[in-house]
Design a protein around this ligand. Structure first.
Ligand code: ASP
Ligand code: MG
Length: 404
């Protein structure tokens, strides 16, 4: 069986008109003799509305009921798609996660799919049916409804592709694919034709909101090729695949930037072994994610400055935790919200010397000051003043010839 998984995001099914177009798109695949498994997200805005309702009921809304509530948007979208296909004379029906079933672990709100039962869907496909599967939802061993985290219908699509051994997994969305950088920030941004899982993971985690980051990790582990493309325009999109399949690559694949980072500096920290651990332990216990870290060497061996970045949302919590921490001594605590992290990403940098220098020099040429630096094998990130973000992206895009 030639199976293809087609996933439609919220904007692709955002109105009745769009749902009709999606149905036509699905029909085209069946005409090409594909067995189609459709995965749908909720109509755009629907999930946010539900989340807001839960907040108005309680500021401590039950996780179990949260999953029942927020997964309901997908049921609506699936019924509408199936209804349209039936109207057009096709054999189609909706499937909720529990009906298949799609089994997840027991954690609510951020569940992981562990298994997808095949029998019912396979039988249905063999009879020529088009199953429309609700993304984002599953059922756990306690037979409670679970959801896979915001944007989680991407994970549903990838796991269905895995368990049904689909030939292709296509993520239909409102953009044409993954771009070298945010096209809203830089007109010259180019659509990337192919990108590796690793690069895409970095791009997604760093703010390119095309796909849910954990779903890319799932695809990487299962070696599933993904195509991201627009449901509105008939154009080829971006293929996400393993590195080996990519030839002729440039040094840098993409540039990303963040909007919501904050910088925290502890000035004059008494330097002794274990001091960094004392600072970060209570933060991690409160699930505050620390990103970039720099610690100066203390010239006199007594005092040092320590800077790190966190999400803006965690600022107040962090301030409280540090001020209450009796295990550390420091002179001053500084916060800065006017920062942004700009990163260049590319597996090409593993084998190309001098990339770091070129990045720093390009920024220096535009008088952009670097506050913090962090690197990984395929990424270099710098923290800069927020007002310089567009300038930095433009300079780096040019330096690494991404518009060519
Ligand atoms: N509807 C869910 C959300 O908005 C899942 C998804 O869109 O992938 O997060
Ligand atoms: Mg989505």
């Amino acid at each position: 069986m030639k199976i293809v998984v087609l996933k439609f995001g919220g904007t692709s099914v955002g109105s009745i008109d769009r749902i009709k177009k999606v149905a036509d798109l699905i029909i085209n695949y069946t005409k090409k003799r594909y067995k189609v498994i459709v995965v749908s997200s909720a109509m755009s805005g629907a999930t946010n509305d539900l989340v807001n309702k839960s907040k108005k009921i309680s500021n401590n809304f039950s996780n179990e009921e949260y999953d029942v509530l927020v997964s309901s948007g997908e049921q609506v979208a699936c019924a509408l798609i199936a209804g349209r296909l039936i109207h057009k004379g096709y054999n189609s029906r909706s499937w909720m996660g529990w009906q298949i079933p799609i089994i997840t672990n027991d954690k609510h709100k951020y569940s992981k799919i562990s298994r997808v039962h095949r029998k019912n869907i396979i039988r249905y496909l063999k009879c020529g049916g088009i199953p429309i599967v609700a993304g984002f939802q599953g059922i756990n061993t306690a037979e409670r409804i679970t959801t896979t985290g915001r944007g989680g219908s991407d994970s549903s699509a990838i796991m269905l592709a895995k368990f049904f051994k689909a030939q292709r997994c296509i993520i239909y969305t409102d953009v044409e694919g993954v771009y070298t950088t945010d096209p809203k920030k830089l007109k010259k941004a180019k659509k990337i034709r192919v990108i590796s899982y690793e690069e895409m993971l970095e791009m997604a985690s760093l703010g390119a909101k095309v796909m849910q980051p954990v779903s890319i990790q799932d695809a990487r582990l299962s070696r599933i090729d993904i195509e991201v493309k627009s449901s509105f325009k008939k154009k080829s999109g971006t293929i996400i695949t393993k590195r080996k399949n990519i030839i002729n690559r440039s040094i840098i694949t993409g540039i990303s930037s963040t909007q919501n980072d904050a910088k925290v500096t502890l000035v004059g920290v008494k330097d002794r072994p274990g001091i960094a651990a004392s600072i970060f332990k209570p933060l991690s216990e409160s699930s505050i994610n620390v990103d970039m870290v720099v610690q100066n060497i203390s010239a006199d061996g007594k005092e040092t400055d320590l800077t790190f970045t966190i999400k803006n949302d965690d600022l107040n919590k962090t301030r409280k935790i540090i001020n209450l921490n009796k295990n550390i001594n420091f002179k001053k605590l500084l916060f800065d919200k006017n920062v942004s992290k700009v990163s260049i990403i590319g597996v090409g940098m593993i084998t190309t010397p001098g990339v770091t220098y070129r990045m720093f020099q390009a920024l220096a040429n535009h008088k952009i000051n670097i506050q913090v630096i962090s690197t990984s094998e395929i990424k270099i990130s710098v923290l800069i003043d927020k007002k310089n973000v567009n300038k930095a992206i433009t300079a780096l895009h040019k330096e690494f010839k991404l518009e060519a």
